[in-house]
Design a protein around this ligand. Structure first.
Ligand SMILES: Cc1ncc(C[n+]2csc(CCOP(=O)(O)OP(=O)(O)O)c2C)c(N)n1
Ligand code: SF4
Length: 351
């Protein structure tokens, strides 16, 4: 992927995190996306989240497929590992990488085209395996990179720039993820950094696949009147059911009390997510009510955002596979390949 490096200039008074790194240290190459593209705001939120979580850049791997959205991985955490796969294959490549090395933080970035058409099977099985990763879909309702054809997330009646209306039913990644048993499901908006950053932090801390669908408008092909993925439409129709505050393990709880009902979900590393319900009777730990809420919002032409569902007790891919605690990549050759005799005994069990 071609990219333009940013000049390595740091302001002497720039704030550092616990690892002595500034926000600039979590940035990547200069973006070549269109000015105003929602994807660049998602990049800024990812930079902020990774800086606040104090992730060691060399302990993270950024994974992507093909699309303007998939170029996002070039624009943050320049010192991290990265793999730009072929179209729609990001989930499978990440599953393989995570199987070999469970010691890295996996950040997968995809688009609605990349994930909901050619990559739909890959996404479904990564959810089913509960691969330990953040899975961001930068959702703009079109194939931006190939000049704005409707994607599978386009709503019925949403119009193209030339005025043609989409007639086919959309695939909603949030409903799909809830149906497939995903253990962390959220939706946000690239124009709402205040909501997006804590969601990304909680998603990264989650053990298992955390799907974050981000409405991320394409200013060149899908930001006009008649589009249901424009900045204006999303701002007008966004309904946040549950607001998440992420509190890392070592920090004191300083989030002000609001008088609203607060639920605390403890993440597997001891960090906590405080969920403040802004809608009455909404339970973000109940899959059925999350599904019903998203469907009801759809029927009212509203966009359900916030942390919609979380289950911290789910097993992830390594639990299912019963792998040893040490990442496979760190095991000595003798442990990975126990020799002909051991292999022979193993084969005998299947005869
Ligand atoms: C195998 C294959 N088929 C088709 C394409 C053409 N193609 C490139 S990007 C893309 C879709 C991009 O849409 P999306 O993932 O939503 O990303 P966006 O550009 O909108 O951010 C398609 C169909 C391709 N690169 N490879
Ligand atoms: S074409 Fe659309 S999705 Fe691609 S960079 Fe431009 S605004 Fe973003």
């Amino acid at each position: 992927m071609t990219s333009i490096a940013k000049p390595p200039v740091k302001h002497p008074t720039a704030r550092t995190n616990g690892r002595g790194l500034t926000l600039r240290d979590y940035e990547g190459a200069m973006s070549t996306l269109c000015a105003g593209c929602g994807h660049d705001s998602v990049t800024a939120a990812l930079v902020q989240a990774a800086w606040e979580l104090e992730i060691e850049p060399h302990r993270a791997a950024k994974m992507s497929g093909i699309g303007c959205s998939s170029k996002t991985t070039a624009y943050f955490m320049k010192q991290s590992h990265g793999f730009n796969s072929v179209h729609g294959r990001m989930p499978s490549v990440t599953s393989g990488a995570a199987a070999a090395n469970k010691g890295l933080t996996y950040i997968g970035i995809s688009g609605d085209g990349d994930s909901l058409s050619i990559g739909l099977g890959q996404l479904s099985h990564a959810i089913r395996r509960n691969v330990n990763m953040l899975y961001v879909i930068e959702n703009n309702g079109v194939y931006g990179l190939t000049k704005g054809q409707f994607s599978a997330s386009a709503d019925i009646g949403s119009t193209s720039k030339k005025g043609e209306a989409n007639e086919q039913a959309p695939i909603d990644p949030v409903l799909l993820a809830l149906t497939l048993g995903c253990t962390f499901v959220a939706r946000s908006f690239s124009g709402d950094k205040q909501q997006l950053v804590p969601i990304l932090k909680a998603a990264i801390a989650h053990k298992g696949l955390a799907l974050v669908d981000v409405i991320s408008p394409c200013v060149s092909f899908n930001d006009h009147e008649g589009s249901t993925k424009s900045y204006a439409y999303t701002r007008e129709h966004e309904v946040e059911a549950v607001h998440a505050d992420f509190i890392p393990l070592k920090r004191e709880i300083t989030v002000p009390e609001t008088g609203e009902e607060v639920r605390v979900v403890e993440m597997h590393d001891g960090a906590r997510v405080r969920l403040r319900s802004t809608a009455t009777d909404y339970d973000p730990t109940n899959r059925e009510s999350a599904y019903a809420h998203v469907r009801a919002c759809q029927a009212r032409h509203e966009i359900a955002t916030g942390l919609l569902f979380v289950d911290e007790n789910g097993r992830d891919m390594h639990d299912y596979l019963k792998t040893v605690p040490t990442p496979l990549v760190d095991l000595p050759f003798e442990a990975l390949c126990p020799g002909k005799d051991a292999l022979g005994k193993l084969m005998d069990r299947y005869r």
